[in-house]
Design a protein around this ligand. Structure first.
Ligand code: CP
Length: 304
């Protein structure tokens, strides 16, 4: 077992609190002229991304460098995977170069868990298929807690392509550990009823207005066209029924937070005026991604 970070489901409430608290220290540093520490000097982090990423890959790389570690980023298209090398051989090859951690994104659910059983190098899950995206849920929690004293009893509406969303799953696990009231909403084809079993107290609705009524947080999700095998909804039709518009905001609490893990598709999941509104904390989420990933790297590398 690698001692990395594979999912939120495996973390205790105390472990999550410790990461979020440490991320607060790193948040403050982001506003200083010199943002670099020596905490992980001489350590090496390899980012191995088999799927596209802007936010996660860049922020892990920045996080490692701000902690004084060296970071190397590899994408599947630029690696020997494109010459037919298997996942196990690729990971064994990288592990032979003795990195201190491997940050990995893969389209297959469970891929990092499978590899963690065989490698001594700690693996940090940067998103596996439709399963989990643990650092996204941690940065989302950090962002909510920057605006609210507690997660307990907050009504969090998660809206969109729930079926294919690792962000939804990790957030459900985290939010329910802290007593938030999670409402899942999406079109019937993208909202499997069995999702309610994943965590206690999950509500489900197909009606967006019902989901948003009284919400403290509205978390919109990207429509994951790359994971949909059925004919996707025409964008205009999806936006009409499940796109967040200004008219919806008044149904929520007056100080509602609008979130989206990104990348956002304006005019499909939310309107431009909502994305750029004062309620939107989408760029705060991105900023917190660096601080939270610094806290995660520090925890994982100091353990290894
Ligand atoms: N939220 C997120 O995972 O974004 P990227 O795909 O750009 O990393």
């Amino acid at each position: 077992m690698s001692g990395g970070l594979l999912g939120i489901e495996d973390l205790s409430r105390e472990e999550i609190e410790a990461i979020l608290e440490r991320a607060r220290d790193f948040q403050r540093v982001q506003h200083q002229t010199v943002k670099k520490f020596d905490l992980l000097r001489g350590r090496m982090v390899v980012n191995l991304f088999f799927e596209s990423s802007t936010r996660t890959r860049t922020s892990f790389e920045i996080a490692a460098k701000r902690l004084g570690a060296d970071a190397v980023s590899i994408t599947a298209s630029g690696s020997s995977v494109s010459k037919g090398e298997s996942l196990v051989d690729t990971l064994n090859t990288l592990a032979a170069m003795r990195p201190d951690a491997i940050v990995m994104r893969h389209a297959a659910s469970g891929a990092p868990h499978f590899l963690a059983r065989y490698l001594d190098t700690p693996i940090i899950n940067a998103g596996d298929g439709t399963h989990e995206h643990p650092t996204q849920a941690l940065l989302d929690a950090r962002t909510i807690l920057d605006h609210r004293a507690t997660l307990e009893n907050l009504r969090v509406a998660i809206i969109g392509d729930i079926a294919h969303s690792r962000v939804a799953r990790s957030n459900m696990y985290l939010l329910s550990k802290f007593g938030a009231r999670v409402v899942l909403c999406g079109p019937p084809a993208l909202l499997p009823m069995e999702m309610a079993q994943l965590a206690p107290g999950i509500e489900m609705t197909f009606n967006m207005r019902d989901a948003i009524a009284g919400a403290d947080v509205i978390m919109m999700l990207r429509v994951q066209l790359e994971r949909q095998h059925e004919t996707p909804f025409p964008p205009n039709e999806y936006f009409q029924f499940y796109g967040l518009r200004l008219e919806h905001i008044s149904l929520a609490k007056p100080d509602v937070l609008v979130m989206h893990p990104g990348p956002i598709n304006r005019g499909r999941e939310l309107s431009s005026d909502v994305a750029d509104s004062r309620q939107s904390v989408i760029l705060n989420q991105v900023e917190n991604g660096v601080a939270v990933r610094m806290a995660v790297l520090e925890k994982v590398l100091n353990k290894s």
